[in-house]
Write a protein that binds this ligand. Structure first.
Ligand code: 13P
Length: 263
């Protein structure tokens, strides 16, 4: 049986998508820094994932103001360098002290054609450069209604983790983001989200072993708000959240990070 949840520190991540230029990004992390305190960071790991053009500005702001928010990216390429016009190297992100990289977000898969194979290569590249991948998985509404949630989601988990060692998987984050709940205001019920996150953990146990399944952190994403975060976080297999829209506003995002106060 997997260990009890308290062994996994919650991770609340803000995926800004293509929002906030670098001036707005600096203001947003500074405001967030004012709203969060030492106890918040002790209880929850917090990350922000700005657009690439903001990352250097956010890095210097976090470091100079000593704000212990983890710096994240939304994507990267799987090669270190070369003739790949327009792509961003994981080595460059590591050099900017990026610690977490979102890989295989549904928008990358659906709008930019990222396949499971590409996603797997990116997961490996992120690990190779000492960063933590947040591997995103999730089903469409049509897939859910056809009863295909597990097949889609667990298939993405298997493909995304192919060829990895157990200790690498144990260090990772998997984000379950049902596509129909992203930016729609619809959230999976906490029971439905728990059921899928529980299946993901069981699959990691089958592919690797129980200690790996107990260690991997699983986030839920899709219309997470201050009003629904506490209920989601109360679920045994939900260890955090990947927040889109509500992470753009420092007040909203700080309330999500401080979900324990609304529980
Ligand atoms: P929303 O929180 O805006 O639904 O976005 C979720 C998401 O895609 C985070 O990666």
């Amino acid at each position: 049986m997997p260990e009890k949840k308290p062994s996994r520190k919650p991770l609340i991540s803000g995926n800004w998508k293509m929002h906030h230029n670098h001036f707005e990004a600096i203001q947003t992390v500074q405001k967030l820094g004012y709203r969060l305190d030492k106890e918040d960071y002790e209880l929850v790991d917090v990350s922000v994932h700005p657009p690439f053009t903001d990352i250097r500005s956010v890095q210097t702001t976090l470091e100079s103001d000593k704000i212990p928010i983890l710096l994240g990216a939304q994507n990267c390429y799987f090669e270190e360098k070369g003739a790949f016009t327009g792509e961003v190297s994981p080595a460059f992100l590591a050099k900017l002290n990026v610690s977490l990289v979102i890989v295989g977000h549904s928008e990358r898969r659906e709008l930019f054609g990222e396949t499971d194979e590409v996603v797997n290569k990116k997961v490996k590249a992120v690990l190779r450069f000492g960063m933590t991948p947040i591997l995103c998985v999730g089903e469409t509404l049509a897939e859910r209604e056809a009863g295909g949630t597990d097949e889609k989601v667990l298939g993405q988990v298997k493909a995304g983790l192919a060829g990895l060692k157990a200790d690498q998987v144990a260090s990772m984050v998997i984000a379950y983001e049902p596509i129909w709940a992203i930016g729609t205001g619809k959230t999976a019920t906490s029971e439905d989200a728990q059921a899928v996150c529980g299946s993901i953990r069981a699959t990691v146990g089958d592919l690797f072993d129980d200690p790996t399944a107990s260690a991997v952190r699983i986030q839920y994403g899709g219309s997470v708000k201050p009003a629904n975060i506490a209920e989601l976080m109360a679920q045994p297999d939900i260890d955090g959240a990947l927040v889109g829209g509500a992470s753009l506003d420092p007040d909203e995002f700080a309330k999500i990070v401080r979900y324990r106060l609304t529980a």
